[in-house]
Write a protein that binds this ligand. Sequence first.
Ligand code: A3P
Length: 323
Amino acid sequence: QSREEESLSRECKELIPTLPREKGWTVRYLYLFQGFWCNPHRIQPIYTFQKQFQAKDSDVIVATYPKSGTTWLKALTFAVVNRHNFPSSENHPLLTSNPHHLVPFFETSIYGEMIHDQIPDLSNVIERRIFGTHVPFPSLAKSIKDNSKCKIIYLCRNPFDNFVSLWMFVNKVKLESAPTLMLEEAFEMHCNGTTRYGPFWNHILGYWKESIARPEKVLFLKYEDLKDDVNFYVKRVGEFLGCPFTHEEESSGVIEDIVQLCSFEKMKELEVNKCGTFTRDVGNKHFFRKGEVGDWVNYLSPSMVEKLCKIIEEKFRGSGLSF
Ligand code: A3P
């Protein structure tokens, strides 16, 4: 039995052996839980999150498939929402805290630290509350999906760069004793959909469809579009969250200041992001690698590209979404 399996509640211990499983990237097995592939030690926190979390109408949820630009979107959203609290970028919390610290993940930071059904104390969280998650749309807490007017911002990334970023990350944060995950093996898992919170196409399509059905509820963004014109999307985020930038703010450069504060170059060089840690095993520096579009050309062979193109074409056909 792995360390992860030992720490589970009885409820999950009973459930897990009944679930289909496949070899995992960082854990021995991923389990097919509620239609997505999940690390066994995340099943309990996600269960508890679903049962307990009470969303407020003012809440903002930043949702992504891993390595799609979560850190960037968290920083941008935090900066947009809190721009009146921190008008000067000189003493801004983003200069001394990693975005994952300011915008905690439900399934790790908040419910991941709880023992089974313990209730986390969220009373001290400053409003407007912003949370992060990798949980697919159908598995979000009901209070987020249906019982509140809280807003969701989803960021996706092209599946080529997304894969390379994920593969590089996993090999950087793995225990020294663990074997290196070979590119070919990881790629097969990506294509089969057996990755954390995957298949990636279901993850993306779940939020995409919801953004079409309820555009006031879910704002769907692409990493590549942000790279292309981040000023435009910062403005868009402000509008979507009901806190649009005024003409005065625009003309005095507030949007540019936010863009600059959250830029890859700026964030990567901050002391907290060079030396701080996210968890015991993961340094903040691992969230900042290259931050580019198209780096996949340096890693994927022509046959890999062909295979992934086919999968993308097949899975996203008719959705109105392309990469
Ligand atoms: P690369 O590995 O391609 O460089 P996540 O935040 O979801 O873990 O995704 C990490 C990816 O986003 C990494 O991509 C990382 O370099 C990139 N990234 C992190 N901060 C960024 C920023 N401020 N601007 C643009 N990209 C950023």
